[in-house]
Design a binder for this molecule. Structure first.
Ligand SMILES: Nc1ncnc2c1ncn2[C@@H]1O[C@H](COP(=O)(O)OP(=O)(O)OP(=O)(O)O)[C@@H](O)[C@H]1O
Ligand SMILES: [Mg+2]
Length: 220
């Protein structure tokens, strides 16, 4: 099996004034190609913090993260950005689209950053996500559910080895939730390592593994 992500001993602390929050307290996680994993846990348990550290958007205070064999943690931002562009698709809780570009141009930009440009991939993803008719819409013209799906289309545009999604179905209706679950499942079947933070039991049931985070630690 091919190891796509390996993280060990992750710690993350936030400081505001005299107060310190330990958001991650010694997290180990590895993901193989073709795996589909749900990250669950109460609000504030550290899910988004963990995903940001895994994707190299934030730096852990302790521990290390490697993606496709390259260490991404505690590296200069240009190095992290290169690894992210090459190997990671990331869907955040919000802010996934550039407001002045259409949906399809957001996808194309993400592909170009990764050194790829495939109109066929863009059309296939938009059709698959029920967004074919919204390809040329601006993000401000999309509904909440359409924005979530467009964000996913952007994350998948460069065909990443690792797909990290923070609550991908939080804002969508039941039909769109099924579409998103189907698409994530299809991506894992194609060999992508898929990790989703979610509060949805339906989504968690579709995955192969559920990891529970509580107060910054993975529960046994
Ligand atoms: N930028 C920040 N500054 C200070 N504290 C933060 C910051 N971001 C997160 N935290 C704190 O870190 C802890 C973990 O937050 P995180 O956002 O990772 O939780 P979560 O599991 O994603 O929650 P949710 O399910 O509500 O999205 C919480 O106690 C939160 O208040
Ligand atoms: Mg969160």
């Amino acid at each position: 099996m091919t190891l796509v992500l390996a993280a060990s001993g992750l710690y993350k602390f936030y400081h505001s004034g005299d107060e310190e929050t330990a958001a991650l307290r010694g997290v180990d996680l590895s993901l193989e190609a073709g795996s589909f994993t749900a990250l669950m846990g109460p609000s504030g348990s550290g899910k988004s913090t963990l995903l940001a550290c895994l994707a190299g958007l934030d730096d852990p205070d302790g521990g290390s993260v490697s993606v496709c064999g390259d260490i991404i943690s505690r590296r200069p931002e240009p190095h992290r950005a290169r690894l992210r562009a090459r190997s990671i698709g990331m869907l955040m809780q919000n802010g996934n689209l550039l407001e002045h570009l259409s949906v399809t141009d957001n996808m194309r930009l993400q592909q170009l950053i990764a050194g790829k440009d495939s109109e066929k991939t863009r059309i296939d993803l938009l059709e698959r996500l029920g967004l074919g008719h919204r390809a040329h819409a601006l993000p401000s013209q999309l509904s909440g559910g359409e924005s979530a799906r467009a964000g996913l289309a952007v994350a998948l545009s460069p065909a990443p080895a690792l797909l990290i999604c923070d609550e991908p179905t939080a804002e969508v209706d039941a039909d769109a939730e099924q579409d998103i679950i189907g698409l994530l499942l299809q991506q894992s079947e194609r060999g992508v390592a898929v990790l989703v933070a979610t509060h949805s039991d339906l989504l968690a049931k579709a995955t192969g593994t559920v990891i529970r985070l509580d107060d910054g630690k993975i529960m046994p």
